[in-house]
Design a binder for this molecule. Structure first.
Ligand code: NAG
Ligand code: NAG
Ligand code: NAG
Ligand code: NAG
Length: 358
């Protein structure tokens, strides 16, 4: 992206607080109750500075880096070095050396693994008659070994130093920059695992997601703290159904029933509304998010959308950021179905739409 656009971004970002409509308080991507590191990973000045100075091409790199020291020590050190400066006046070289002094390399919070129940030639796949399709299925089967991840044991000692949320069991990640457990992606991953006869790994994927419901009352978009103010399409119950169809394990369903109900309550309480049409009341659902700032893992992209869009007040910007996060909750990020003009992301209005799919 050209320097001109970035200059524009800097200038707009720093005067954006004088709108007429009443703005809300900033709602970060996680809060003090979720984690002590909310000011590092979920919003705040450090993530803004890193992204405005474009230290990393991929915004997600910074928020996936583990801390060397406690979040409080790191935040105070940042404020001491840079707190008196406007973000645009921070020297990027100094900022980069601050990051190197206080953070560890990305990826050091997880280990790779081999799923315990993986086998090279699952019977179900070997029974595929077409040799080309069978070869393809066996290739997919190989991928489970590449995408198997486990939260590093160090994370359990100092969870506040990591954006990754500790999980007991191994899991299959979507891959690439998505190194953590994702909610609706897991549904299709589990269908694949079941085809590979990996019943134990499927159960463990489900149990990891269940642990989010126990801890937070719902399943976040994915297993990092900066995903804690939004969910993903609700497929938890469907995953358990797929597992049941393949295994007929009724104990598993009975054990998880209270958590299925608890997650359902989240959608009832936090994402439903009543509409009345011709005197009849209907309960409908929509995607939303509690946050109103750029997503830390896509910070530059979200600010760019704001700059290029027609928002002119702080309140409009907050609505835009919520609509972007809500589209991420929908899993359809970014489909034209969420755009007021049916064409451009700049007109996104996810929270104005009642999707029949939900
Ligand atoms: C960022 O991307 C540019 C262009 O693709 C590349 O030249 C540069 O090396 C990248 N920088 C980093 C830090 O990865
Ligand atoms: C069925 O689920 C229970 C836990 O709910 C588990 O202990 C058991 O191992 C499962 N049975 C099989 C055959 O996987
Ligand atoms: C759901 O809504 C309740 C208030 O109705 C709120 O206290 C709670 O934090 C919300 N939960 C999530 C995960 O957004
Ligand atoms: C967007 O598409 C819908 C459905 O096809 C249509 O009803 C609506 O008029 C379109 N809106 C614009 C601004 O083109």
């Amino acid at each position: 992206m050209g320097h001109l656009v970035w200059a524009l971004i800097f200038s707009l970002y720093f005067d954006y607080s004088n709108g007429k409509e009443k703005a809300e308080k900033d709602r970060l991507m996680c809060n003090r109750k979720h984690t002590r590191s909310y000011q590092i990973y979920c919003g705040g000045p450090l993530v803004a500075a890193v992204n405005l100075h474009m230290l990393y091409n991929d915004s997600k790199v910074f928020v996936d880096k583990p801390l060397k020291y406690s979040p409080e020590v790191t935040h105070m050190a940042y404020m001491k070095h840079f707190g008196h400066l406007e973000l645009k006046d921070i020297n990027p070289v100094d900022l980069k050396s601050f990051i190197n002094d206080h953070f560890l390399p990305v990826g050091t919070d997880i280990t790779v693994c081999v799923p315990d129940d993986w086998k090279p030639f699952p019977k179900k796949l070997m029974s595929i008659k077409d040799p080309i399709l069978r070869k393809w299925a066996l290739k997919v089967n190989e991928i489970w070994k590449k995408l198997c991840k486990q939260v590093h044991p160090k994370v359990f000692e100092h969870p506040e130093r990591y954006s990754i949320i500790p999980l007991k069991y191994k899991f299959i990640a979507p891959g690439g920059r998505f190194r953590e457990l994702f909610y609706w992606d897991s549904y299709w991953i589990i269908k694949g695992l079941l085809a590979s006869e990996m019943y134990e790994t499927s159960a463990q994927m489900i149990l990891n997601l269940a642990s989010f419901i126990e801890r937070y009352g719902f399943i976040p978009n994915a297993g990092r703290v900066y995903f804690l103010e939004r969910s993903h399409p609700p497929l938890f119950i469907s995953m358990i159904y797929e597992y049941y169809k393949a295994t007929k394990n009724e104990t598993f369903i009975k054990d998880l029933l209270p958590l299925m109900e608890k997650e359902f309550q989240f959608w009832q309480n936090n994402r439903s509304l009543k509409v009345s049409i011709e005197g009849k009341q209907y309960i409908v659902y929509k995607y939303s998010a509690n946050s109103n700032i750029p997503r830390p893992e896509s910070y530059k992209e979200d600010i760019t959308v704001n700059v290029l869009s027609t928002t002119s007040t702080r309140a409009q910007e907050q609505k835009l950021y919520r609509d972007i996060a809500a589209a991420a909750e929908s899993g359809w990020d970014f489909s034209t179905r969420w755009f007021a003009d049916n064409r451009t992301l700049l007109t996104i209005e996810t929270t104005n739409i009642l999707p029949l799919l939900l």
